[in-house]
Design a protein around this ligand. Structure first.
Ligand SMILES: Cc1cc2nc3c(=O)[nH]c(=O)nc-3n(C[C@H](O)[C@H](O)[C@H](O)COP(=O)(O)O)c2cc1C
Length: 329
């Protein structure tokens, strides 16, 4: 993938269901943005059609950067059919999700559930490799139960000459708990011929560059850290150039939250539903606010726009610089 082989490490925005839609991409791009954007996953099964709203984000991609279309599923003819259809749109690659830890997904042997069935992965990758004339990429965890499964998976990825591997350095059963195995991401980068993106808890510019050096990954995929801190991609670039890292003031963070509300909320739903939508983002942003527990406690109880911004203003209406790093990262 040419976009991933630049002189600089490539910084990508992770796929996040119900988060990384067109409006969110546009907002991220305004704050500096990623070099490549992943769609949230297209659900693929016997009679599925690519979800229109995800296609819209590809067609009207507001970022000016390449987009990778991600699929989740295990039905080979359906995956092949969908891959062929998606390639009629302006995408940089087709990506297969081998990491989703949600029980409703993995019990159906899709996403992270496929990691329990390496033979099935082998067949799927073989079929998709043939079906893709654009680069074909995979996003995986280390295994289902144990990181001991990782080497066998790497063998399968190598066999099918995938064009890029993103490694979220946790197992499926580990969900999002601490203990990301960056050493195993380094192992993948060392073992495979294709570029490897490191993923999992990237939360600040200094740590990001340390991870790149440690893992020798070609770049980073960042999810929750970018929701919390949309300046993060530019901060990493600044740090890499040896420049002073920009830190937003509380008031600038507050302005970001206002923009997020405007971008993500539709006025045709009740105000409570609007607030609930924003709370999803605040779970991540709140971790970077001093007295995070108190802030999140208050924000989770609001029911109106006015209350939502009253809480945000109480905590963020100041000129102090904020690094937005979670207290426990
Ligand atoms: C709300 C949310 C939705 C997610 N949806 C997807 C998805 O659609 N596809 C996928 O491969 N991973 C998905 N993930 C996982 C992220 O892409 C990423 O691997 C994970 O959050 C770890 O990276 P981070 O620590 O930078 O957030 C999701 C994660 C979150 C928090």
């Amino acid at each position: 993938m040419a976009a991933l082989r630049g002189p600089d490490p490539v910084l990508t925005l992770a796929p996040m269901q119900d988060v990384t839609d067109l409006a969110f991409w546009r907002l991220m791009a305004r704050y500096g943005g990623a070099d490549v954007y992943w769609t949230e996953y297209f659900r693929v099964h016997g009679v599925s059609r690519p979800e229109k709203f995800i296609l819209e984000s590809i067609i009207h991609n507001p970022t000016g950067k390449p987009v990778v279309a991600q699929m989740i599923g295990n039905d080979i003819p359906a995956l092949v059919r969908t891959a062929k259809e998606l390639q009629q749109y302006p995408i940089a690659a087709i990506d297969l999700n081998l990491g989703c830890p949600a029980p409703v997904v993995y019990r159906k042997c899709a996403g992270g559930g496929l990691l329990r069935e390496p033979n099935r992965i082998d067949s799927i990758l073989g079929a998709l490799r043939d079906a893709c004339s654009v680069p074909f990429t995979v996003k995986t965890r280390l295994g289902f139960e144990s990181p001991g499964e990782f080497d066998a998976l790497l063998g399968i990825f190598a066999k099918h000459a995938i064009d890029l591997l993103t490694v979220h350095g946790r197992t499926v059963v580990q969900m999002y708990r601490p203990g990301v195995r960056y050493d195993l991401i380094a192992h993948a980068a060392h073992t495979l011929r294709c570029p490897v993106l490191a993923n999992g808890n990237v939360h600040g510019p200094v740590q990001a560059l340390k991870l790149l050096a440690e893992t020798k990954a070609c770049g980073l995929m960042i999810g929750r850290g970018a929701i919390r801190n949309p300046w993060l991609f530019d901060q990493i670039r600044q740090h890499r150039r040896g420049e002073k890292i920009f830190l937003p003031t509380g008031r600038q963070v507050l302005a970001y939250i206002h923009e997020l509300w405007e971008a993500e909320v539709t006025l045709d739903v009740p105000e409570l539903a609007q607030a609930q939508r924003l709370k999803k983002f605040m779970n991540f942003i709140g971790e970077g606010v001093p007295q995070a527990e108190q802030f999140l406690h208050e924000i989770r109880r609001v029911e109106t726009r006015a209350d939502f911004f009253r809480v945000c203003t109480t905590h963020l209406d100041h000129d102090q610089p904020m690094d937005l790093e979670p207290a426990l990262s």
